[in-house]
Design a protein around this ligand. Structure first.
Ligand SMILES: Cc1cc2nc3c(=O)[nH]c(=O)nc-3n(C[C@H](O)[C@H](O)[C@H](O)COP(=O)(O)O)c2cc1C
Length: 186
C-alpha cells in the first residue's frame, strides 16, 4: 500500500510529476540528423523526435532544439539527412554524437572552452550525399530531406522535411531509446 499524500523524505528520489512520468513512457527510435552549413561545414546530431507525418507527399517531422547548430545549418541550406541507428552497434555512434558541437551549450564551460566547436563526425565512417549532408556507413538505413516548413514549438522547432532519397543498408532493426538507456522526454 502507498500513501500518496505523505511528503517525500529528505534525500529520497525527486518525485516526478504525473505528466512527465506518462511522457517518459513514449517510445522512440534513435536517429542521427546530418546537416551542412552554407559554408559546407558538416554536423551530426542525436535525435529521438523524428516521425513520418504524410504518405503523399512523403513527409517527416523532426523536432530540433532552438539553439542547436543543426537547426541553424538546416535553415541555411534547407536540406538534412536522417540516419537510423542499428540495434546492434548504434550505441557507439550515439555516444560519439551526443555532445553539442558548440561547447557554449554545455553548462559550466569556461569562456575559452565555450568558443570551441567539436567535430562529432571525426571518428565516424560516413559519405556525403548529393544533397551535401552526411550519411553514416554503419546506419541501419537513411533518408534525405528538403526542409519544407519550420514551426516553432516551445523550446524546439519542428522541421517538416520532404523525403528526396533513401535506402536500407543492413538487415536488422532500429536502436530504440529504451535500449540505449538515455531519456529525451518528459
Ligand atoms: C537520447 C537523446 C535524444 C535526443 N533527441 C533530440 C531530439 O529529438 N531533438 C533535439 O533537438 N535534441 C535531441 N537531443 C539533444 C541533442 O542531441 C543535443 O542537444 C545536441 O547537442 C545538439 O547538437 P548540435 O548543437 O550539434 O546541433 C537528444 C539527446 C539524447 C541524449
Amino acid at each position: 500500500m502507498t500513501y500518496p499524500n505523505l511528503p517525500p523524505l529528505p534525500g529520497s528520489p525527486r518525485e516526478i510529476p504525473g505528466p512527465e512520468q506518462a511522457m517518459l513512457k513514449l517510445s522512440y527510435g534513435v536517429h542521427v540528423i546530418g546537416s551542412r552549413s552554407g559554408d559546407g561545414e558538416l554536423n551530426a546530431m542525436l535525435a529521438d523526435w523524428v516521425m513520418q507525418v504524410s504518405f503523399t507527399p512523403r513527409l517527416v517531422a523532426v523536432a530540433i532544439e532552438n539553439d542547436a547548430r543543426t537547426l541553424r545549418f538546416i535553415r541555411q541550406t534547407m536540406v538534412f539527412s536522417v540516419n537510423l541507428l542499428h540495434e546492434k552497434d548504434g550505441m557507439e555512434i550515439a555516444r560519439a554524437v551526443v555532445m553539442p558541437s558548440e561547447a557554449r551549450k554545455i553548462r559550466g564551460r569556461s569562456e575559452d572552452m565555450a568558443s570551441q566547436v567539436i567535430d562529432k563526425l571525426a571518428g565516424i565512417a560516413y559519405g556525403v550525399h548529393d544533397n551535401g549532408c552526411p550519411v553514416l556507413d554503419r546506419s541501419l538505413g537513411w533518408f534525405t530531406c528538403d526542409a519544407q516548413a519550420f514551426h516553432t514549438a516551445g523550446d524546439h522547432t519542428i522541421v517538416i522535411g520532404a523525403v528526396t532519397d533513401g535506402d536500407v543498408l543492413r538487415p536488422g532493426e532500429m536502436l530504440i531509446e529504451r535500449e540505449l538507456g538515455w531519456e529525451y522526454a518528459g
